[in-house]
Ligand binder design. Structure first.
Ligand code: DUC
Ligand code: ZN
Length: 455
């Protein structure tokens, strides 16, 4: 049998094992794994690792904060950058307008994404305060393929505990998975107010207004409400041990609680906020990047399965937008978010696998396989016959120095400027098609598909 495409002589790395074999692809799917396979096209992967396409279940493309501030990667530029970094599936968000039904919000978000995405994607539905009156719509949203629901304990989307109880109950009844941004908003608001009143206006005060202890408290409170309701819960963007402790305590009680961290919490510490001028404003994100020691805690949490997956919370804002908070003398007005979508998969290899913190199999598990399982991305995240041929040819020896020159994200800075990683994707396949190879992009806007997820 001749396959459409064969990846030959590579070392296949899955969540369970590493072994030498060829991969035969027919159409969009993996059709065979074995030796001596022949294809109409063959790619030699000698010396390369072959992994499932990486999956990033937490990104914000072209997300509007109001006032004309929009995250700078659109669904095309962001998914193109993702492909260069080995990511073949993302999950972004629907934020319905206050007067809109959740399904109308979903249709609007799909209209933004469908013509632009270069890789496959899914959407989480946001349940904000305005959606509490619309919770009877949750089953229809679930049936439309938005199987996970985002709840915020901060910002204008913030749900109070009574609202959290109602939202978690509705998501439970629909069979969905709630995901949560856990911070203590009341405490944050007071600390911001006190710091600004005392003239403490620089980004240095951003992490000091969002304490780890209270992030842990919020995560623990959300976990307790989820336990009471009887629903699983996934904790977003964990950067401190206080929150990890709440997750591990819940898991030790047998509860279906999971957590993620992101590259910014692994590669940086809060000294970034002391950089001069706008430079200190650029890495502002929430929860904030934590003090030295916490990144090491997060690496260990990944190694021990105290955190289950790695995402990015990719949400870039250009320097001019970040500058607004500096000009206003108010760190709380700096739009929050950093770019990480392109470097996540290679950086986790470089600093996790190469430094001996975890195995290459654990790397694949956290970045590919587990995200697909947890979020209902059926047919993705594995190298197995019948699965989508979303694959990465990864050169474990290729070095790349991260900078705005080398990265493809549509933003005029990166928090990782000057950091050199060893290990980088040399080819990325999405459903059997090579969409990025040796620094060239072969995909197209709109070739990605919306994935109706099922749990
Ligand atoms: N935090 C950020 O920093 N940006 C996007 C959303 C979020 O929760
Ligand atoms: Zn986010």
């Amino acid at each position: 049998m001749t396959f459409d495409l064969v990846i030959k002589n590579g070392t296949i790395v899955t969540a369970e094992a590493s072994y030498r074999a060829d991969i035969g692809i027919s159409g969009e799917r993996i059709a065979a794994i074995g030796d001596g396979l022949a294809g109409a096209r063959e790619i030699d992967a000698s010396g390369k690792l072959v992994t499932p396409g990486a999956i990033d279940v937490h990104v914000h493309m072209q997300m509007s904060l109001g006032g004309g501030i929009i995250s700078s990667d659109d669904f095309f530029s962001g998914t193109r950058a993702a492909a260069f970094g080995g990511t073949t599936t993302i999950i972004d968000f629907v934020e319905p307008a206050p007067e809109q039904s959740m399904l109308a919000g979903l249709a609007d978000r799909r209209a933004e994404a469908d013509p632009r995405v270069a890789i496959d994607y899914g959407l989480h539905m946001t349940i904000g305060p305005h959606e509490i009156a619309k919770l009877e719509q949750v089953p229809a949203v679930f049936a439309a393929g938005c199987a996970s629901f985002k709840l915020y304990m901060a910002y204008g989307f913030r749900l109070t505990d009574d609202q959290l109880l109602k939202a978690l109950t509705a998501v439970r009844d629909a069979g969905g998975l709630p995901v949560i941004h856990a911070e203590n908003w009341d405490v944050i608001c007071v600390l911001i107010e006190q710091n600004l009143a005392a003239g403490r206006t620089s980004p240095h005060w951003h992490p000091r207004s969002r304490p780890e202890l209270l992030e842990g408290e919020a995560a623990g409170r959300a976990i307790d409400i989820a336990e009471f309701v009887g629903v699983p819960l996934h904790i977003f963007h964990v950067g401190c041990q206080a929150t990890v402790n709440r997750i591990t305590a819940a898991r030790a009680r047998g509860l279906p609680i999971t957590g993620e961290t992101c590259p910014q919490y692994l590669l940086l510490d809060d000294s970034v906020y002391d950089r001069p001028g706008v430079e200190g404003a650029l890495p502002v994100c929430a929860p904030p990047i934590r003090p030295t020691g916490e990144p090491q805690n997060m690496w260990q949490a990944l190694a021990r399965d105290h955190l289950q997956i790695v995402t990015t919370d990719h949400c870039p804002f250009v320097k001019a937008d970040k500058m607004r908070g500096i000009e206003a003398n108010d760190f709380s007005r700096i739009p929050g978010g950093v770019p990480s979508i392109e470097c996540r998969f290679p950086a986790l290899y470089s600093f996790g696998v190469r430094n001996g913190i975890f195995s290459a199999n654990r790397w694949v598990e956290m970045c590919c396989t587990r995200p697909a399982q947890m979020f209902g991305l059926t047919g993705k995240g594995r190298i197995a016959v019948g699965f989508d041929a979303d694959l990465v040819l990864f050169d474990p020896a290729k070095t790349v120095t991260l900078s705005t020159e080398t990265l493809h994200e549509k933003v005029d800075w990166t928090p990782y400027e000057g950091i050199t990683v060893t290990g980088w994707p040399v080819a990325t396949l999405s459903r059997g098609e090579v969409i990025a190879e040796n620094g060239e992009f072969f995909g197209a806007p709109g070739r990605g598909r919306f994935i109706e997820r099922e749990l």
